[in-house]
Ligand binder design. Sequence first.
Ligand code: PEP
Ligand code: MN
Length: 264
Amino acid sequence: MHNLNIQPITLPGLELKRPIIISGPCSAETEEQTLATAKELAAQGVKIFRAGIWKPRTRPGAFEGVGTVGLPWLKRVKEETGMFVGVEVATAHHVYEAVKFGIDLVWIGARTSANPFAVQEVADAIKGMDIPVLIKNPVNPDLELWIGAIERINRAGITQIAAIHRGFSSYDQSEFRNHPQWQIPIELRRRIPELPIITDPSHIAGRRDLLAEISQEALDLNFDGLIIESHTCPDKAWSDAKQQITPLALKDMLDNLVLRRPKI
Ligand code: PEP
Ligand code: MN
């Protein structure tokens, strides 16, 4: 048995039904794009909005996020749509800024969860706060490292934790941007049964035409939710353009998923 204390995620006034759906752009690019995407998502019934403002890019020179100036945009999203908003945090500074602007939940990205120093820095900054933290799997297929990141956050007193399964990188070419390696989140669930697992088909696929089948697989495995990137104009997105879909396409895709008896 593990020695974690994991409690259900509660967002005030929201009854979190499975599958939990989180959506929004890879990056907040402009105030207009952020608000427009959020309003379209809210109109489709999405309650939790995601947008990266600090973007961990693999190589320098790409768009690295708007930074703190994006936080008031997310505050407007909250005020004008009633959605809950989440951002990626990778440093103590990110945590303090996000909390100052009333961000409702944060997530730790795949490059950060691979680095215990960085996870510990986030854990120390977030200590004692009552905020849900979603922890992406590390970029590499290392279950112990993923569990270690979960433990670090939990030891900081955070109990509202969920894991995000975003696939694992490999040098070999495959149809996936990050191979799903479903056996790893399945084993995570065996080890920590009460930990919700949210699948991120966008970063697994890297392309929009695979999103539906990956989402269906996640539901068939009885995982708890989906986090999917969306944009009002996906092809023009400043990051991850190939994998984003419009809010309308998202609604259409979700409506076509079937809840059948889980495989596992
Ligand atoms: C993201 O969610 O936009 C992101 C950078 O994802 P990951 O950390 O999974 O690569
Ligand atoms: Mn992205």
